[in-house]
Write a protein that binds this ligand. Structure first.
Ligand code: 1CP
Length: 353
């Protein structure tokens, strides 16, 4: 089904999946990155009850519940599995814990010995697959179920520094100073990520997203080597194992390298962050490539005209192209719920807030 009215009343059975496969719908399907999380009171309540973030991820019924919470409240077109990108280094054998109020911490990889000492424990993926199975049976069939993983560069920044950092300096230094060793870390991440995403697909997700949240910190040649090439290898391996399952690439901060990323990786759809002019993106990206984005999460906090103006601009830019309406990065914890409701009403029914 294509054409201007395809998404309105004719009942495309899974609008988000259709767009990922190249259909263009008059009303773009919607989901929001990090939609399962801290801006929702029901998430905060369950998180407090379980005690910690990892406890929540490893409690499959609770993680399935968190995945479904934003669906019940808002009726999005996509559900994103509740887990975290750092489950991959954890399954690769790196210690992982969450400091209250601060974020994830890993025992940093500082030497060759640290890397070779890692003892992979693939059983650390099992609870996540169980979450997928539990969500799958409860999910409205019109909703597309998305799995995800971090991209190798982004994962490596956490593995090397042991935590999030402003400029990803530790990993950038290592990548220049010892590309062999850094490449070894990237290769190990690629292998574990392919296994993990393949497991999610076997358990029931219908498409997967690769989050390269720190793609924007690399110089051009490094971007080619540590962003484009590793994502290309993951896409190639996944395509061989699961033909027809769309892969969304999200190279946050790629800027002028957006089109090179699309062409070089072979992703089926591309996530665009809020700093990119959607009219420019539409000009430089291959015709027909599905695009996801790119409302500024800060505009959603402001609400009202800030959202409506941006949404109009984004939809005008991507008119005629397969487009999924999403944020340019994750929803922020202080986003008013009423603004999310107003965004959905505005996109689906043209209602002003
Ligand atoms: O305190 C809490 O309750 C934990 C907050 C939280 C949540 C809700 C973390 C810790 N992770 C998550 C879930 C999560 N993370 C999801 C599933 C839910 C959803 O999307 O709806 C996803 C897709 C992620 C992805 C993720 N984790 C990314 C990539 C996307 C992005 O926002 O750039 C990154 C960089 C992380 C690492 C991470 N996990 C958690 C935090 C606070 C961070 C950032 C740490 C830092 O850089 O300092």
């Amino acid at each position: 089904m294509t054409g201007p009215d395809a998404g309105l009343s004719t009942g495309t059975s899974k609008p988000l999946l259709s767009v990922l496969k190249g259909e263009s719908l008059a009303v773009p399907p919607m989901w929001l990155m990090r939609q399962a999380g801290r801006y929702l009171p029901e998430y905060r309540a369950l998180r407090a009850e379980k005690g910690g973030f990892l406890e929540l991820v490893y409690d499959s019924p609770a993680a399935a519940e968190v995945t479904l919470q934003p669906l019940r409240r808002f009726g999005f077109d996509g559900a994103i599995l509740f887990s975290d990108i750092l489950i991959v280094p954890y399954a690769m054998g790196q210690d992982l814990w969450f400091e209250t109020g601060e974020g994830p911490r890993l025992a940093p990889i500082l030497s060759e010995t640290d890397l070779s000492a890692l003892k992979p424990d693939l059983s650390r993926y099992e609870a996540v697959y169980e979450t997928v199975r539990q969500v799958k049976v409860a999910l409205d069939p019109a909703v597309t179920f998305l799995g995800f993983a971090g991209s190798p560069w982004t994962i490596a920044t956490y593995m090397v520094a042991g935590q999030g950092s402003k400029d990803q300096g530790a990993a950038r230094r290592l990548a220049y100073q010892d590309p062999e060793r850094f490449g070894g870390i990237i290769d190990a991440i690629i292998d574990s990520t392919v296994l993990y995403l393949s497991g999610q697909i076997q358990a029931g997700v219908e498409a997967v997203q690769l989050f390269d949240s720190w793609a924007g910190s690399l110089a051009p040649l490094q971007f080619e080597r540590w962003v484009i090439e590793p994502n290309r290898r993951i896409v190639e391996k996944l395509k061989a194992l699961h033909p027809g399952v769309p892969v969304i690439g999200f190279p946050k901060g790629a800027g002028a390298k957006l089109a090179d990323y699309a062409a070089g990786t072979g992703v089926d759809a591309i996530g665009v962050d809020e700093t990119i002019d959607p009219h420019w993106a539409n000009r430089v990206l291959p015709q027909g490539l599905p695009v996801q984005g790119n409302l500024d999460p800060l505009a959603l906090i402001a609400g009202g005209r800030a959202v409506e103006e941006s949404v109009d601009n984004i939809r005008a830019a991507f008119a005629g192209r397969p487009h999924i309406l999403n944020l340019g990065h994750g929803i922020l914890p202080d986003t008013p719920i009423a603004h999310v409701e107003a965004l959905i009403a505005y996109v689906r029914q043209g209602k002003k807030s």
